[in-house]
Design a protein around this ligand. Structure first.
Ligand code: HSE
Length: 438
């Protein structure tokens, strides 16, 4: 039987999970491939992480990941170091040494994907990254293969396990934001720097990759609109429920005229639709195509084993493609983006121009004619109020809670600015996006 020699750099949650999977399912994996998979090198800066590993026959241990790349027999380098500095140099060196790369590093690819994929193309190797989006959900494969014949019209997703865990546990157990975050950290879902999760950037890295897969273009990461879940509180979760909605950190991408929407933000979605029931660290990605219609992919979005499942499937894919010589590595580096198709500046539609429904919560002074004044301001800016209730607060003020019809965020912002001039708002209004389909 032929042998594929693997080097794994980074022995954190996913690295360890990958070793466990390759050992536990060795027979299953190799049977289909007719190739024996051997971990030939492991690199980890923290030597303590080598302790307790079951002895890997003939496997070299390195504290420096770059030494692993000096082994010419290793033909697949698995980058699980994370971050954008060492990991980037590691991937570049691996590619230059003609090693295929498997990575779970969404931040790296979202920001430097164009450079890395082009380098891979020049060197005739693949960079595979199924593990970087949605943990174990095979969404890269779905977009690159299963849905390849479609024009993709819409992608919506819950693609960060940590924030979904926090929002669901806040709602289910009336847990505080901080306690829910601590649990997510303990369960191994959160990034080393959890602000990447909470502030929406991890989700943005993933939706940027999904946008490139769906539309075959590179986008400038900085053009993506990102809003995380800080500031979402139980009051809004409860009010959303009264309207029949749940709040989820959603990512969206779709063509809008000649531009593309790529956004990340907490969004009210109807409780009755499937994706609203994706709870805890589970992820879901909904994709619509012109011929296939609506499709939905669901699974564990974070954690050692689901992510390891994706890493291992990429290793298998590379072996399959190389041994059957079906991969045209010159043109298909794993990304299949139109050569040179970088969407600069104008490629991404400004958030203010995106049309959707909105949830508004306004804390105002209790005055007899205020509702009439507010209503006339909304009419002036073409904001239609579809549903409404009000609650008296203990401090004598009133909370007005509204759902608007579809309009651009620009109109909402303009009307709120005018409302501010009335000097009757007691707090900054809460504005959240509302989508009836996802
Ligand atoms: N921190 C990420 C999440 C890990 O919570 O989804 C998986 O990408």
């Amino acid at each position: 039987m032929k042998e594929a020699l693997i080097g794994i750099a980074g022995l954190g949650t996913v690295g360890k999970g990958t070793l466990d999977l390759l050992t536990a399912n060795k027979v299953k994996i190799e049977t289909g491939l007719d190739v024996s998979i051997k971990v030939k090198g492991l690199a980890e800066a923290d030597q303590n992480k080598f302790k307790g590993l079951k002895s890997l026959e003939d496997c070299s241990l390195y504290s420096d990941a770059f030494e692993l790349l000096d082994d010419p027999s290793i033909n697949i380098a698995v980058e699980l170091i994370g971050g954008e500095t060492v990991a980037k140099s590691f991937v570049k060196q691996a590619v230059k040494k003609k090693k295929h790369v498997v990575t779970a590093n969404k931040a790296l690819l979202a920001k430097h994907g164009r450079e890395l994929f082009e380098l891979a193309r020049e060197n005739g190797v693949l960079i595979k990254y199924e593990a970087s989006i949605g943990g174990g959900i095979p969404i890269v494969k779905a977009l690159q293969e299963g849905l390849a014949a479609n024009n993709i019209t819409f992608v919506a997703g819950i693609i960060n396990g940590t924030t979904n865990y926090i929002l669901s546990e806040m709602e289910k157990r009336t847990l505080s934001f901080d306690s829910a975050l601590n649990e997510a950290k303990e369960l191994g879902y959160a990034e080393l720097d959890p602000s990447l999760d909470i502030d929406g950037f991890d989700t943005a890295h993933k939706i940027s990759l999904l946008a490139s897969l769906a539309f075959k273009k590179y986008f400038v990461f900085e053009n993506i609109f990102v809003r995380g879940i800080r500031g979402i509180n139980l009051t809004d979760v409860e009010y959303a429920k009264k309207f029949g909605f749940r709040i989820k950190l959603m990512a969206f991408t779709r063509p809008v005229g000649k531009q593309f929407e790529i956004t990340v933000e907490p969004t009210l979605i109807p409780s009755k639709i499937l994706i609203a029931h994706v709870d805890g660290a589970m992820n879901a990605v909904s994709v619509s195509g012109d011929f296939v219609g609506h499709t939905l992919y669901y699974g564990q979005g974070a954690g050692a084993f689901p992510t390891a499942s994706a890493v291992a499937s990429d290793i298998m894919d590379i072996i399959r493609l190389s041994s059957h010589k079906t991969g045209n590595f010159e043109t298909d580096t794993g990304q299949s983006v139109e050569k040179g198709s970088l969407m600069v500046g104008g490629g991404v539609i400004a958030r203010e121009d995106i049309i959707s429904g909105h949830y508004l919560r306004l804390k105002v002074c209790d005055e007899p004619d205020l509702s009439t004044k507010i209503t006339s301001i909304f009419i002036e800016y073409n904001v239609k109020i579809e549903r409404f209730f009000q609650e008296s607060d203990s401090d004598g003020s009133i909370s007005l809670v509204l759902l608007t019809g579809a309009c651009a965020l620009r109109n909402i912002n303009q009307s709120l600015e005018r409302l501010g001039q009335l000097k009757r708002l007691k707090e900054q209004p809460v504005v959240l996006r509302v989508e009836t389909e996802a």
